[in-house]
Design a binder for this molecule. Sequence first.
Ligand SMILES: *[C@@H]1O[C@H](CO)[C@@H](O)[C@H](O)[C@H]1NC(C)=O
Length: 328
Amino acid sequence: MHNLLCVVLLAAGTSGHSDSWLSDDNELQFIEHLSSFNTRRSQLNFDQTYFSSLDNYQVEAVPATEAQYPWIARVVHSRTLDIPHMCTAACIEERIFITAARCIYSLKVHYTTLIYQHTRLPVRAFVLPSKGTKQAFDDIGFIVVEDVPHGHWATVKLYDETNRTDDGFNWFADRFGSAQSESHKVVGYATKGKQSIQAPDRLFELTEIPVVVHMDLCTILFTFDLMKGFHVPCYHSCTLEQFKTNSDDPDCKKYHGVEGGAVLNTKTNKLLGLATWGPYFPKLYLPVGFAVPNSANFFNDYVCARRIRDDDGEPGMSYQRLCVDDLT
Ligand SMILES: *[C@@H]1O[C@H](CO)[C@@H](O)[C@H](O)[C@H]1NC(C)=O
């Protein structure tokens, strides 16, 4: 039995410029959290945060099928092969998919295809947020695919309860800041365990785990030494309470962290968010951060994605003019 409230990861000598922010030589310390934690912030402070990429792996997740999630898709950086696998995406409307923006920043449109309902879909365009967030931790990217013959476009409905009312995630703290009876799960394409060799032919399988969505998860668990900026939406395989009372709880030893992983409300089957970031530390199962598709930025980009889809002109070239600021 441990009494842990606060994981302090001492990122000695790192300044957050690279993915090695949480490399193995950093020291890890657990300390008890001493005072009550105020999870509300009048202002976000990301001066000392680093939102590292997810490594697309799972621990103790259960297999899922495309029949259960017919709107799910795999993003691959090839026109003909199923590798290299890049991330998970979700179809939200005919020919429009969303994923973590950071997944597609480095891809070339013409090499990228989506594998959706066993069909390969060529990509017409990416829409990336014009006003990006730090390391794209809160950025959702759109993938508009070409109009290829396709049957039914299975889509997932978006979380539409609240739009953002502030820039500091207080709307999220208000909605997901107390104990909840509702449940969530995350689903996406993952390898089993973290692969130390990033071979392109790693096997990615559709898997899911139940998760807890709460404002305090990253706010409290990622209180790094001098780094207190993780007041952002996160999920984890167990509650803070379980973690505090018994960190050996099997629920706390599951993990699912894939770029674009779909966070679903199991009651409504609506998409609450897309997994975007999370630190890795050996033998620790840490929360994963996600982006909620309810920002003005998101809706603006959505309008843009629809215009690109509906455009009949020559492909390429003209798309920028379809997307100017404040389309909504
Ligand atoms: C959120 O904003 C979008 C776009 O402006 C709008 O269509 C939608 O109805 C809003 N939802 C809520 C719950 O206010």
